[in-house]
Design a protein around this ligand. Structure first.
Ligand code: C5P
Length: 433
């Protein structure tokens, strides 16, 4: 980390048509009080002139590993950076970074730094949706990079689609949020651009209510509420209606959030052991879960509803055991309250909401519809009929759909790895609040 008063932002610019927008990002970051050190790839030079960055940035732009200013510019840049942001990040740079290649100054700096990295992809829709690009981004996210996803709109070729670089104000917000979380917020030197001035220092705005995980992970300072397990709805004192949820994925999420530095509250229907440091509340029914979640959500920056809440419950549970001799009982069901939809309607400003959609059939379509109808930021779509995925397995396979239209596939892996993929996405969404 830098010892200078101003946080050092290494601004990496790779060779896409959106490189011109990096000029605006540079200006806004300097206005916000950052020391901006630009690094361009050779290809970026075809889209935007070096002189422009030289004029606007805090130090001259660098392009080569073999520059004159320092024999090892990538280590100097990497070690002094408080954050590295890549604007735009092409499919090529994303791939080289994900695979640890270091064959130019930008990728060498990315590999040499221990600072947080913000990646802002921009490319054509076909490239953006290619599984190789998505897999590389998922790799980077799982290592802690903040991805600022592209927007849907008019692209360079004149056609419409996903892949257009996020707006400079959004990118600057993400960078400032990362700096705030690491205690390196700049003091503005000029009137900042309006959107970047609204970047919320999430770390200070969200002092943990309970113990937080060790170390300065990407969720440090955040309060995360996770639900887990299937609810049990009583028919009578001995019988319940329930579902096949094991609670494994929810517990994995709570533990991973704790490891990543969050203060975690876990509302669970299971009696699985929970590591010390996580604040656990055990419940049984949808009504109890609703009461606990609405109470706990008031202090939460992130709510992850991984629980399989019953959709229906007996309208009235019998006080005494129903006798077999009395014949087959007629059980009248009523809908349970939709906790997630209630949270979506009442959400605190800046709160990030995550839902799970356990489906069969056209999982992605159904999950996208739920994302919209429940007003959440991220939906974890889960084909529970896929081999090795869903209830009671130790593995899972999901697609992460976000409100901006982004879709990340997480191939069959452990529930711990799925938890980390979800939380990496959450960290990105928090950075964009
Ligand atoms: O509508 P569906 O049950 O498929 O929605 C799943 C998501 O909504 C999950 O995140 C689940 O925890 C949440 N949910 C809820 N309250 C309900 C039913 C589901 O919060 N009554």
């Amino acid at each position: 980390m830098s010892e200078t008063a101003r946080p050092v932002v290494v601004l990496g610019v790779s060779g896409g048509i959106a490189a011109y927008k990096a000029v605006d990002v540079c200006r806004r970051l300097v206005d916000a009080g950052a020391h901006v050190a630009p690094v361009m790839t050779e290809a970026a030079g075809r889209f935007v002139g070096r002189t422009t960055f030289d004029a606007l940035a805090s130090e001259p732009v660098q392009v080569s590993l073999w520059g004159e200013r320092s024999p090892i510019p990538h280590t100097r840049l990497g070690q002094h950076a408080d954050v590295v942001v890549v604007v735009p990040a092409t499919a090529d740079v994303i791939a080289r970074y994900a695979h640890g290649m270091a064959d130019d100054l930008l990728t060498a700096t990315l590999i040499a730094t221990r600072a947080p990295v913000v990646v802002c992809p921009a490319m054509h829709t076909e490239m953006w949706e290619h599984p190789a690009v998505q897999a590389n981004l998922a790799t980077l996210e799982s290592r802690g990079a903040v991805i600022v996803p592209p927007e849907t709109g008019r692209l360079a070729g004149g056609d419409e689609g996903a892949g257009r670089l996020a707006e400079p104000a959004v990118i600057v917000d993400a960078v400032l949020a990362v700096l705030a979380r690491t205690g390196r917020s700049p003091a503005p030197t000029a009137a900042p651009a309006p959107a970047s001035a609204t970047a919320s220092p999430s770390a200070s705005a969200s002092a943990p209510a309970s113990a937080s995980g060790e170390g300065g992970g990407d969720l440090a300072g955040l309060r995360v509420l996770v639900t887990a397990g299937g609810t049990r709805e009583p028919i009578d004192p001995v019988r319940v209606i329930t579902n096949r949820s094991s609670g494994k994925q929810g517990h994995a999420l709570a533990e991973a959030a704790y490891r990543r530095g969050a203060a975690v509250v876990l509302v669970t229907t299971t009696d699985r052991p929970v590591p010390g440091g996580i604040d656990v509340e055990r419940v049984e029914t949808a009504a109890q879960m609703e009461e606990a979640v609405l109470r706990r959500a008031q202090g939460a920056d992130v709510v992850i509803m991984a629980a399989a809440v019953a959709d229906f419950r007996p309208k009235a549970a019998a006080d005494a055991k129903l006798k077999k001799s009395a014949g087959v009982p007629e059980i009248i069901l009523e809908p349970t309250p939709d906790i997630l939809a209630t949270l979506g309607a009442r959400r605190r400003p800046g709160q990030v909401l995550v839902g799970f959609a356990a489906e069969t059939g056209d999982v992605r379509e159904q999950a996208a519809a739920k994302l919209a109808s429940k007003g959440v930021d991220l939906m974890v779509a889960n084909d529970v009929s896929a081999p090795g995925a869903g209830f009671d397995h130790d593995t899972n396979e999901v697609t992460l759909l976000d409100r901006l239209g982004g879709a990340h596939q997480v191939p069959l892996t452990t529930k711990d790895a799925v938890a980390d993929a979800v939380l990496a996405r959450v960290a990105t969404l928090v950075a964009r609040r």
